[in-house]
Design a protein around this ligand. Sequence first.
Ligand SMILES: C[S@@+](CC[C@H](N)C(=O)[O-])C[C@H]1O[C@@H](n2cnc3c(N)ncnc32)[C@H](O)[C@@H]1O
Length: 262
Amino acid sequence: MAQAMASTSADKINYYDDKKHNYVDFWVGRDYEHESELIAINKLLKNRHYKLAMDYGGGYGRLTPIITRYADEVILVDPSVKQLNLAKKQLTGLAVRFVIQEKKDNVPAKDASIDLLVMIRVSHHLPDPRPVIAEINRVLRPGGEALIEIANEAHFVNRLRYIKHFKNVPKEPVPIGVHANGNEDSTPFVNHNPVTIEQAFVELGLQRIGKLSVSNFRHRLLKQHIPVKALLLGERSLQRPLSVINFGPSIFLLFKKPENKR
Ligand SMILES: C[S@@+](CC[C@H](N)C(=O)[O-])C[C@H]1O[C@@H](n2cnc3c(N)ncnc32)[C@H](O)[C@@H]1O
């Protein structure tokens, strides 16, 4: 069930409503990245089952079907009307509810009501992720878990670039793309330092219980010359070890809110 239309406060983030931009098309030719994310979700959620899960910033529902395997019911939340309408069309027959996000940085759910919150490829759009992290903590039930994907500024290739310029990877979010050129009217695109994001969750009392480095071979030349199947074999065996050095462009973290925490 979709609630009311998105309010103007969310207009700035509605790049995904733009007629000129088709997020579904973005995934054409990205089987390797998509499958890598499915591998990571299955690894982190293996043998777990939740009553109520939320796919926060779930878009057109690319990852919602896999989340439904681990939960009795999933709420797909997104600020984009266009994405939610696409999701409603393609997710028929699954135990999914659709909720529009009306207010920026808000997670539309009651306190302590969600057993698993998944946020994948949304951190990219959060120049200040702290209010959303506080909201995630608020809506998680004691004992609940959050699976968070971080757009990783500290990935291996970038780290070499920083070293070349005798710089450290910044602790704060780094604007990228159009936003990096000072275009404040566009949807923000940022990368994060995974250490900073993890600290923000830990400061709120959540414990990190899982970590994976994902899409480790996302390089044009590798993708051109090596079959996807072979890349995925490497991905399966290396997501965990490479997470120790924050190697890949995407870091997946699983956090748990302690049972005794309100
Ligand atoms: C890159 S898509 C990811 C969609 C889905 N999670 C996936 O991985 O396919 C980003 C989604 O986040 C939503 N979004 C953008 N800014 C947001 C924000 N500040 N809070 C919550 N969702 C946001 C967009 O509408 C879009 O559907």
